[in-house]
Design a protein around this ligand. Structure first.
Ligand SMILES: [Zn+2]
Length: 478
């Protein structure tokens, strides 16, 4: 459905067109009937914009990085795995406990959990999220009467809240390289190539004429969890992005070496599979040769700093990925954090702690050497392909998504305009974004401005109530 054209004006905006990348002043942005940026003009005085009918804002505008890796149901587990009861806790013992939530959650509970999560992601500055979606079946492993009931829960949550959504149905076939099938506690995840493709088609069909932006790619859980023939078959048949968990844990590298003689990324490259559709989630434990192979293939990586820290995964060489020109997007994955500023801060802090240096991600010849600006720019640019979107950011042709920066917040008081991004990322905590636009609609509204009353404004309380009720039911026995 086409909306009437409209215009907004801002004193400052971070534009993402390669020719004009960075801050520009007095910016007039026109939104077409499809909810895309139709034109963007800098140096237009406020009075002239108002005379042309623009909605004039007081805040600076930022583009939003896509959140390229989410398991929405794990929001129900955030903060509930932070105790050690034995000699050692690690990723694998965390996973066993996470499965208890995966085995219990119903479609109705998933809808409540995801709605709350998506409101939090909007406040944290994400306007689009990629769901790496693998909990499909009923608790006993049999298909639901509507086989895509869990997917509908995610789509309904995104539509209620107004956040853009890319669903990535996951191919999940076996428990390990040498295992013929899944473990019993993985029964809700079982899929094959046909299921994944039919679910992708289902989501894309629902996305047509949907007011909330909705599309689909596919995912492969990991090399250990899918058969090589199935991976090849899926890659041959699908269009759109292909995501895969890869090289997150050293144990997985050892298993892959034992099974194939190659490391995971090395195996994908040797099979000739990698191309620009592929987005390698985590890619933590990799060699320089593997980084080179990903770069040569034009594939991307998805970095999830707060989850990787929470799970004790290890640190990847972020500067090496950036310097190799590999599109590096960010995801909040298990949702122990829901704000991209914290992801970017931890992305850099991990490198500082490891190297005992500062501003490791920065490049002095780019963005005046700003670490935050380089990481932010990378995250914004890299998210589009991972979400199957052709164009993204504050540039003509992209979807009209934007974040209003609350300039009254403590982190920005007295900070020179040129350091806004530096302070937003490195002077924490930064305030939530209180006005957020998706596809030309205000989905979160500014408190003091009725003209920006968001889609979510009247519903936030009921979404919180439903979330709390779902949490109580899921964790009743704990
Ligand atoms: Zn994941």
């Amino acid at each position: 459905m086409l909306e009437p054209e409209k215009m907004i004006w801002t004193p400052r905006a971070w534009l993402t067109d390669p020719a004009t990348r960075g801050w520009r002043s007095d910016v007039l942005l026109k939104i077409n009937g499809r909810g895309e940026w139709a034109s963007i003009e800098s140096n237009t005085p406020r009075e002239a914009a108002a005379a042309r009918g623009a909605q004039c804002l007081n805040e600076a505008l930022l583009p939003s990085p896509v959140n390229t890796h989410s398991h929405a149901f794990q929001r129900a587990f955030a903060g509930l795995s932070e105790r050690r009861v034995g000699d050692r806790d690690d990723f694998w013992s965390w996973r066993d406990r996470m499965y208890q939530v995966a085995l219990a959650i119903s479609p109705e509970q998933l809808k409540s959990i995801a709605s709350q999560l998506y409101v939090e992601l909007l406040r944290g500055g994400y306007t689009h999220v990629c769901e790496f979606h693998y909990v499909h079946h009923d608790v006993d492993g049999s298909p639901f009467h509507h086989p895509f009931a869990m997917t509908d829960a995610l789509i309904d949550a995104a539509c209620e809240v107004g956040i853009g959504l890319t669903v990535l149905p996951v191919l999940y076939e076996r428990a390990g390289f040498a295992a013929p099938a899944l473990r019993d506690d993985q029964r809700r995840f079982a899929t094959n190539v046909e299921f994944v493709i039919s679910l992708q088609d289902y989501v894309n069909a629902r996305g047509i004429a949907n007011e909330t932006p909705l599309n689909a790619g596919v995912a492969i859980h990991s090399l250990r969890a899918a058969k090589p023939d199935s991976i090849r078959s899926l890659a041959e048949r699908v269009r759109g992005p292909i995501h895969i968990h890869v090289a997150e844990q050293t144990g997985e590298i050892d298993d892959c070496l034992a099974s194939t003689g190659l490391r995971p990324v090395e195996w994908l490259a040797a099979q000739g599979l990698l191309d620009p559709r592929w987005h390698l989630v985590h890619a933590t434990h990799v060699t320089q040769q593997e980084i080179h192979a990903v770069s040569k293939a034009g594939a991307g990586v998805v970095l999830c700093p707060t989850t990787e820290a929470n799970l004790g995964d290890g640190l990847t060489d972020v500067a090496a990925w950036f310097d190799a020109g590999v599109a590096s997007s960010i995801g909040s994955d298990s949702h122990v954090n829901r704000d991209w500023r914290e992801e970017l801060r931890l992305l850099e802090y991990g490198q500082r702690l490891q190297r005992r240096q500062r501003n490791v991600i920065a490049a002095p010849q780019q963005f005046d050497g700003s670490t935050a600006a380089r990481a932010f720019s990378m995250a914004v640019d890299a998210g589009a392909a991972a979400a199957g979107l052709l164009c993204w950011g504050l540039r003509v042709g992209a979807r009209a998504d934007a974040l209003c920066v609350n300039h009254h917040q403590a982190a920005l008081l007295g900070v020179p305009d040129s350091h806004t991004l530096d302070a937003l990322v490195f002077s924490s905590p930064a305030a939530p974004f209180d006005a957020v636009m998706v596809a030309g609609r205000w989905v979160l509204g500014a408190n003091d401005d009725a003209s920006r009353a968001g889609v979510v404004s009247g519903q936030a309380n009921s979404i919180e109530r439903d979330f709390a009720a779902a949490m109580r039911r899921l964790h009743r026995s704990n």
